[in-house]
Design a protein around this ligand. Structure first.
Ligand code: PLP
Length: 381
């Protein structure tokens, strides 16, 4: 006779159906998703090899090429957040022993250092105080010293609010036979990007910021030069899930099963990209720029200043200096609990020194700036 095992009910929570309070996400991301995107997500999943779904994947690839301004055939959405797409660039491009030069001027430069090291790169760094950017001369000097296989830069450093200029960097990389890898997590959709014009070989991004989509399906692209390097590898890509030689067979013409795609997130991403295309890239970038300039003016009106020099400030993320004697964490908490507005705190070198205010994608709107400034003025006085 089999023994009866009693079910342990100690974790069986008697919960009510899920209700999420409405909040305005003006931090470093995620930002609020566009209502149309949420609606698209709320539909029945298709099979991951269904012809209708495969057609939607093609649309995503094409629209990603549009928002990035690239013709790269190998442009896909990685299943996972921005860090997964970041790891996809490193895993596919780096072979053990490759010299990888990384510009570190904030938290995400350091994440690249960590990841590249894990894939056996001979990592070299060039550093700047957080909030500053590298000049082309500084990059040239570092390239002469290190002669790297890959140069990795963060276009939009979310921890500092600084935009790394990329003019001339692609040409510099060509001169040294180096691949150029850039992080566009906080720039895609909100900041002008011209991947092909700029000679970028590898780039990644996320869905939850400038594209106004929930997190979980992340843009990834590699140029024909980067693809050739992948074909020449003498070692397997050390990450099965992110190996483009396998993923490429699902996203390309072969349509071979690799993993079950997060179907509804791809619906969302497709719709988010469609909305950017409908608005038009130039209009979308201008809207971000106009609203952030309005934010900077309104911050000044209430006596607050920005951490980054105006010329290098991002349209998507602003680091606001916390005034002397003000408890930044307490103010952020008050904004959230009393006004339903989320802003971010500082990371690393800037912890306790700045708030991080995001105006990204659907959230980049004048009324959101007004709502934030009104709430900030109240909690600060
Ligand atoms: N790179 C940058 C510049 C980021 O801002 C972030 C996240 O905010 C990431 C990478 C990692 O993305 P995720 O948090 O979506 O994994």
């Amino acid at each position: 006779m089999s023994q009866t095992i009693s079910i342990n009910d100690s974790q069986r929570l008697p919960l009510k159906p899920l209700e999420i309070p409405s909040k305005l996400l003006l931090g470093p991301g995620p930002s609020n998703a566009h209502p149309t995107v949420l609606q698209a997500m709320n539909t029945s999943p298709l099979g991951h090899l269904d012809p209708d779904f495969l057609g939607l994947m093609d649309e995503i690839q094409s629209l990603l090429r549009y928002v990035w301004q690239t013709e790269n055939p190998h442009t896909i959405a990685v299943s996972g957040t921005g860090s997964a797409a970041m790891e996809a660039t490193i895993a596919n491009a780096v072979e053990p022993g490759d010299v990888v030069l990384i510009g570190v001027a904030g938290y995400f430069g350091n994440r690249l250092v960590d990841m590249a090291g894990r894939y056996g790169a001979d990592v070299r760094t060039i550093t700047k105080p957080w909030g500053q950017v590298f000049s082309l001369e500084e990059l040239r000097t570092a390239m002469e010293t290190h002669r790297p296989t890959i140069l990795a830069l963060v276009h939009a450093e979310t921890s500092t609010g600084a935009r790394q200029p990329l003019d001339g960097v692609g040409e510099l990389c060509r001169e040294f036979g180096t691949l150029l890898l850039i992080d566009t997590v906080t720039s895609l959709g909100g900041v002008p990007i011209f991947l092909d014009e700029w000679g970028v070989d590898l780039a990644y991004s996320c869905s939850q910021k400038g594209l106004g989509c929930p997190p979980g399906a992340s843009p990834f692209t590699m140029s024909p030069r980067a693809w050739e390097k992948l074909q020449r590898r003498s070692t397997k890509v050390a990450n099965w899930y992110l190996d483009m030689t396998l993923l490429g067979k699902y996203w390309g013409s072969e349509r071979v099963y690799h993993h079950t795609a997060p179907i509804n997130l791809y619906y969302a991403l497709r719709e988010a990209l469609r909305l950017v295309a409908e608005e038009g890239l130039a209009n979308c970038w201008q809207r971000h720029q106009k609203n952030v300039e309005y934010l900077w003016d309104r911050l000044e009106e209430i006596g607050l200043s920005c951490h980054v020099e105006r010329e290098y400030r991002l349209p998507t993320l602003t680091t606001v200096c916390i005034p002397e004697g003000v408890d930044g964490k307490a103010i952020a908490r008050q904004l959230l609990t009393e006004h339903g507005i989320e802003v971010g705190g500082g990371l690393g070198e800037l912890a306790g020194k700045v708030w991080r205010v995001g105006l990204m994608g659907f959230n980049s709107r004048k009324e959101n700036v007004d709502r934030l400034i009104e709430a900030l003025a109240k909690v600060l006085h």
